[in-house]
Structures are given as C-alpha cells and as structure tokens.
Design a protein around this ligand. Structure first.
Ligand SMILES: Nc1ncnc2c1ncn2[C@@H]1O[C@H](COP(=O)(O)OP(=O)(O)OP(=O)(O)O)[C@@H](O)[C@H]1O
Length: 471
C-alpha cells in the first residue's frame, strides 16, 4: 500500500480517483488548492502526487519543484483538462513523472502507478554504496541531511539543478560538490558569475568570439559555454542574467549549440547546468524580470539551502573546522573556545550566514593574539553590540497588561507630569542596570548602545547608584 496525494479543485475528480486508488490498495488524501496541497506534501509521506494545473490559488506546474522537494521526495503526475503539448513538455522537463489528460487517460492510472512505484522500489534498493563526497561541507542537522539527499540525487543524474539560498549559505560549495560526485568530475567546472557580466561583453564571454569580430578581438577566444564542454557550467547569481541573454541562453539549453560572436557556424557544447540564486525567481518571473520558460528549465531539481540561523546546531561544528583552517593559514596553533563564545555564536542571527561566521572567527583569532582560547570579547564589536541591542529590545518592559500600568493615587489619576517622571525614572534605572550587565561594564560599548555621552552616562549611573557591574 502506498500513500498518494491528489491536488485538484474538482471534488468529483478527487472522489473518483480516491475510489480507484483505494480499489488498487492505496491510501489517497485530497487537497483542493495549492496551499493545502503543499502543506499536506510537507507533512505526509506520499510516494506519488496527482497534481492539477489550474488551481484556484495558482498554477500547479510552478509548485512542482516544492512538491518534489517534500521530505518523501514524491513523484508527481500532472493532470489537466486541456490537451496542451507545450505544457506537457514543460511538466516533464520540470521533473514530473507523467502528464495525463483528465477523462481520456484516467484508465491508464493503474499501469502508470505500477511503473512509478516499481521505479521507486528499485531506486531505494540501489542507493549508491559509495560515500558522497562533501568537500568542505559541514553540518548534520536534519535540514542539511535533506540537502545531502538532494545532492546525491543531483550527482547521480544529468538534471538541471537550481540551488537556492541566502548569501553565504554554501551555494557554490554545493555546486562544486555536485560536479565532484558526478560522472563529469574529471572534466572542467566552469563558473559564470552572472552579477559580474559587463553588458558589452556578455555575448562574447558566454559564446566566445572569432578574431576580428569586434574592435580589440585580436584572437579567436572560446566562451565559457564551450569551456564547460563535457563538464559542468555553474551559473552563479542566475537572477542577475540580463533579459536579452536569458533568451539566448534558453536556446543554448534547448539545443546545446550556439554561434560565437562573428561566426556563422554553430558550435556544440555538452555541458551539465547547475545554477544558483539568492533571489525569489518565482516572483521575478511573475513580474517578467525573469523568463518563466527559462525558470522551468533551470529548476528540474531544486536544492534549497537553509540559512545558518535555521540550523544553529551546526554552528559549533562549522566553527571547529574553520578555526582549524584559519589557524593553519596563519601558521599558529589551533585555538580552542569558551562555552560562552559558542553560546553567542548560536544566539546571533547571521544575516551573512557561513561567510559571516568565518569572518567573525578570523576576527576573533586575530583579536585573541597569543591567547589559546577564544572568548566572546574577541568577537567583532559590531556583532556584540547587535546581540546586546537585540536582547535589550526583547527585554524592554512595555506595559501590556493592566497590572503593568501605574497605580491610581487614592482612586484618582495622578498628574501626567508626575506619572511621566516616576515611570521614566523606573525605566531609566532598569535600562542602565541591564546595560551594565549586558556589556559587562564595558563603557565604550555602553556608550555606543545607549547613545549617551560619557558625562550623561556617568551622571545617571551615579544618580541611580548603579555600579559598572549593573548592581
Ligand atoms: N556547510 C558548510 N560547511 C562549512 N563551510 C561552509 C558551508 N557552507 C558554506 N561554507 C563556507 O562559507 C563560505 C561561503 O560559501 P559559498 O561561497 O559557497 O556561499 P554562496 O551561497 O555561494 O554565497 P554567495 O551567494 O554570496 O555567492 C565559503 O568559505 C564556504 O567554504
């Protein structure tokens, strides 16, 4: 028995399919819109999903990558009312198992299901025995384990892969790992940074040029696409690819051939494509700043890399590896670190992800000088200040409940000025004590955070009898 999900807004189709599937011994669940379907797919352990294209809250095809990325990595069978050969082609290229026309092909369902389930059983029993190479990639949190599964799938296939993630989450590292683990590992890995393409030279960089093709072209030069022949082409920051280049690149992806600038002859290149982005390409395709047809082709398999704050359990392990690497680079003995140092690393939100963590570690190693251990005071000041600010903000005693509000005097409201003075004094006293506590008496930090001048801070500490230890 297999668990199967049906995403279709037509209740009659849901009922019909559920009945057929249960007769075949499977357990079917239904969702009547995309949001419900996506949420069910994330929670359940479905082997197969039947997906309608036109749903009340969106196009089913656009959700295909997210559905395939669900924990159980289900196969998706597209169902649609209209026979649409282009849509069918796109669906298959986007990683769907099959494309069915409602009505005509519903009788084929038992056969198709048999094939899918047999394929999944065989795939499970022939999991590669060779260990996956993860050069420089650290982390065993559940989110990363899922990424390793996708990395293995990507490496064993020739599918176009789209790696999504915030800056510094390891997109390039993963792209290299896909190449290293693939059958193309002995061939070139060519990186094209789409954000750094000078507009006038884009075509020549990508497709190459012949001698004399333009002023300054004094010799024939192969473009990056040709250089990636037999190997892997990595399009970094693919969301930055100019629209006119998206069009020519789409053609290259379809034909695997192109014309160098100044040459009439088509040149072939057999490359495997991996792309990466920190932008929401889906949204960009909605406002026409990224071509939908190119997006479909790029995302046959999507690897969504988690941010560092979503996998705080990995921070210590990553820190250990990079401290060792950095100390080796500086030719010094590997430093250790205190508990509180790791605690702070795990509290911070890391907008720059692993890259920012590495920079903070490098800063700490230099700041520690001869000390064999890293302490929190070795971390960059800006980071410590941001941590203190964040914790102060979360502790601000805003009067939210009736009990927090000031007491009335003998049943009468106090004069407003009196009330403001007494509440301000309470708040000031609390703030200064917290400030001294959290900065551990570091006056420079306390001045930066509070925005007070030196004399104003000293006067207030004296007024409320607060020591630099916060008591
Ligand atoms: N899981 C990881 N374990 C250890 N180091 C990592 C990991 N992920 C990333 N790094 C390190 O973080 C740095 C940034 O990684 P990388 O350049 O691959 O990120 P990116 O997502 O491509 O960044 P950007 O979007 O800014 O180009 C590199 O030094 C890389 O070695």
């Amino acid at each position: 028995m297999s668990e199967i999900l049906i995403i279709d807004d037509d209740q009659a189709i849901c009922d019909l399919l559920t009945e057929r599937l249960s007769r075949l011994g499977h357990e079917a669940s239904c969702a009547t819109d995309l949001a419900g379907g996506l949420s069910a797919a994330q929670k359940g352990s479905y082997e197969v999903i039947f997906l309608d294209v036109c749903l009340p809250d969106g196009n089913g095809l656009m959700a295909l990558p997210s559905l395939r990325n669900a924990q159980s990595c289900p196969e998706v069978i597209i169902m649609t009312g209209q026979g649409d050969p282009d849509g069918a082609e796109l669906a298959i290229k986007s990683g769907a198992w099959d494309y069915l026309e409602k009505g005509n092909s519903l009788s084929d369902i038992p056969l198709i299901l048999n094939r899918v389930l047999q394929y999944r059983r065989e795939k499970a029993s022939t999991r590669p025995m060779v260990a996956l190479k993860r050069p420089g990639i650290v982390g065993n949190s559940p989110k990363m384990l899922k990424c390793y599964d996708l990395l293995a799938q990507a490496s064993a296939s020739e599918m176009n892969v789209l790696i999504q993630g915030e800056t510094g989450t390891g997109k390039e590292l993963f792209a290299r790992a896909i190449h290293e683990n693939s059958s193309r590992s002995q061939e070139p890995f060519v990186v094209l940074d789409c954000a750094a393409l000078p507009e006038t030279l884009v075509e020549s960089i990508l497709f190459g040029h012949d001698r004399g093709a333009f002023t300054g072209a004094d010799r024939t030069q192969a473009g990056l696409i040709k250089q990636a022949d037999q190997g892997t082409l990595f399009l970094d920051e693919v969301g930055e690819l100019p629209l006119n280049v998206q069009k020519s690149f789409l053609r290259v992806l379809q034909e695997r051939s192109f014309r160098p600038v100044g040459n009439q002859k088509e040149v072939k290149s057999d490359f495997r494509l991996v792309a990466a982005t920190n932008r929401r390409l889906q949204d960009m395709s909605e406002d026409a700043s990224f071509r939908k047809d190119l997006l479909y082709r790029l995302q046959s398999l999507v690897i969504p890399l988690p941010s560092l704050r979503e996998r705080k359990d990995d921070i210590k392990e990553i820190a250990v590896m990079h401290i060792a690497r950095l100390c080796e680079r500086y030719s010094i003995k590997t430093k250790g670190f205190s508990h509180s140092f790791v605690d702070l690393l795990q509290t911070y939100s890391w907008p720059g992800n692993v890259r920012e963590l590495i920079n903070a570690l490098e800063h700490s190693i230099i700041a520690a000088g001869d000390s064999p251990t890293l302490f929190e005071r070795h971390l960059p000041e800006a980071m410590r200040i941001s941590l203190v600010r964040a914790s102060l903000a979360t502790h601000l005693p805003a009067p939210q409940n009736q009990e927090d509000l000031p007491n009335e005097k003998d049943g009468h409201l106090p004069r407003l000025a009196e009330l403001i003075n007494s509440e301000t004094a309470k708040l000031e006293k609390w703030y200064l004590a917290e400030l001294m506590n959290r900065t551990q008496g570091d006056l420079k930090q306390a001045l930066t955070i509070s925005g007070l001048g030196r004399t104003a801070l000293y006067d207030r500490l004296k007024k409320y009898g607060i020591s630099r230890q916060g008591s």
